[in-house]
Ligand binder design. Structure first.
Ligand code: NAD
Length: 444
């Protein structure tokens, strides 16, 4: 099938690559010249396991093309994906300007019937707005004879495992009431729908809300566990034991109930805000969502509070080793990352940071390169040198079993603030560390 994808970010690029891999002919359109030129050269602007080889191979085979030429893009695909960003507006609502710009472009240049697939995360009612925009432009051109449908097909990939998630999706949500469109969508996704029928067809609004409901549910699980962790710390209980204890109940399960330093990334914070905004706009007080968001904001400050308390609020001139900058492992994405809240608080207090992340160093350089209170270190070991304490923010695999004797020798004081509960408190104390973690009583 001929497929066009507008937007070559985490969603568009991964979708493009996996659709090309199964044999579809994919043209990816982006407004960012630099990104398109890099992609043509096989340089992948984001870190996502497995993506580079998929892009290179399919580009070389001619099944995956990159262009800034929107006219050629609209001409190419019978299906036209919209996979552009929907960042939060100032009031927290999802900003649809990129989505509507693509809709206008499609309306401007389409000469034959098209199916427009909205993959961006958009508020309920957005497909109608896309439809209205395309219709308006077609009317202006006097081309009401061209038919089109707008489908909601939200994306559920996780950064860090995006390729595998798209190749083996848990579900494929298709929001449309048009039988002909359902047929095309089934054909498009058939290669990913062999093991069992993963396609769930519903009306457009339900499909749009499904995406928000999924992210809000996951954010709720995290904030719930963080609330329990705060209680555990104050009551002298161990949240890790509690986690095991509740996870054993199949109605609860073990997935996604890790306490930590709060959720970040490009999706949960903005999608929570957007659904709260939608609720407010229809005078519905989304009490639970507001509580989830506020718990998360507080949680992102907890590491700093522990550090400040430990050093009696005397942080000026201190140096901290920070391990982990991306908002979660296996990605270089630092959008809304807890590490940013922590580092900015440390800098405001006059402390220096020596930071290391396996993949997010370039992004950190882009965001904070000119900050003289930050030193970006090439290895996790060099970040430790002469630091007053080690702070762990992201649970990368290679932080899990470090050489503790080496760490102790590098730090001016053997203290670790662990935002991800990577180590066993008793062992850490036995090794001579002062060890702070989340939801577990600090052992002397
Ligand atoms: P991104 O910011 O990484 O990429 C968006 C791309 O769209 C950029 O390359 C930008 O240059 C391009 N773009 C903007 N306007 C354009 C236009 N008019 N024509 C062509 N390209 C244009 O975004 P992302 O992380 O891929 O997210 C895209 C959407 O998918 C968002 O709505 C997001 O909420 C949703 N989503 C993201 C994830 C995720 O994990 N990143 C997961 C599921 C859903």
């Amino acid at each position: 099938m001929n497929v066009t994808i507008f937007g070559t970010g985490y969603v568009g690029l991964v979708q493009g690559a996996i659709l090309a891999e199964v044999g579809h002919h994919v043209v990816c359109v982006d407004v960012d010249d630099n990104k398109v030129e890099q992609l043509k050269l096989g340089i992948i602007p984001i870190y996502e396991p497995g993506l580079e080889s998929l892009v290179k191979e399919n580009h070389a085979a001619g099944r995956l093309e990159f262009t800034t030429d929107a006219v050629a893009g609209v001409k190419h695909g019978h299906v036209q994906f919209i996979a552009v960003g929907t960042p939060p507006d100032e009031d927290g609502s999802a900003d649809l300007k990129y989505v509507l710009a693509v809709a206008a472009t499609i309306g401007e240049h389409m000469e034959r019937d098209r199916i427009i697939i909205n993959k961006s995360t958009v508020p309920v009612g957005s497909a109608d707005r896309v439809r209205t925009e395309v219709k308006k432009v077609l009317e202006k051109r006097g081309r009401n004879d061209i038919g089109f449908d707008v489908v909601s097909n939200p994306e559920f990939l996780k950064e860090g495992s995006a390729v595998v998630d798209c190749q083996r999706p848990d579900r494929i949500i298709i929001g449309t009431e048009c039988d002909a469109t359902i047929d095309v969508m089934r054909e498009l996704y058939a290669p990913f729908n062999r093991n069992r029928d993963k396609i769930i067809v519903m009306d457009v609004k339900s499909a749009e809300l499904t995406k928000y409901a999924a992210n809000c549910m996951l954010a709720t699980k995290i904030s719930f566990m963080n609330e329990m962790a705060n209680l555990a710390e104050r009551l002298g209980a161990d949240i890790e034991a509690v986690r095991q204890g509740i996870g054993a109940d199949p109605r609860i399960g073990y997935h996604f109930i890790y306490p930590g330093v709060g959720y970040g990334g490009s999706c949960f914070p903005k999608d929570l805000q957007a659904l709260i905004h939608t609720s407010d706009a229809i005078n519905f007080d989304a009490k639970l969502l507001k509580a989830v968001e506020s718990r998360n904001k507080e949680q992102k400050n907890t590491l700093f509070q522990k550090i400040s308390q430990h050093f009696d609020a005397q942080l000026k001139g201190k140096t901290f080793a920070v391990w982990g900058l991306s908002f979660k492992p296996n990605t270089d994405d630092m959008r809304d990352a807890p590490s940013r809240v922590l580092m900015e608080a440390l800098w405001t207090a006059g402390a220096k940071v020596q930071a290391y992340d396996p993949e997010a160093m370039e992004e950190a350089q882009r965001l904070y390169g000119s900050n003289e209170l930050l030193t970006l270190c090439g290895t996790k070991e060099t970040a430790l040198k002469n630091s007053d304490a080690l702070i762990i923010v992201t649970e990368w695999q290679n932080f899990r079993a470090p050489d503790f004797e080496f760490i102790k020798a590098q730090l001016t004081e053997p203290t670790i603030f662990d935002g991800r509960n990577l180590y066993e408190p008793r062992r850490m104390v036995a090794k001579g560390f002062t060890y702070y973690s989340v939801g577990r009583t600090k052992l002397a």
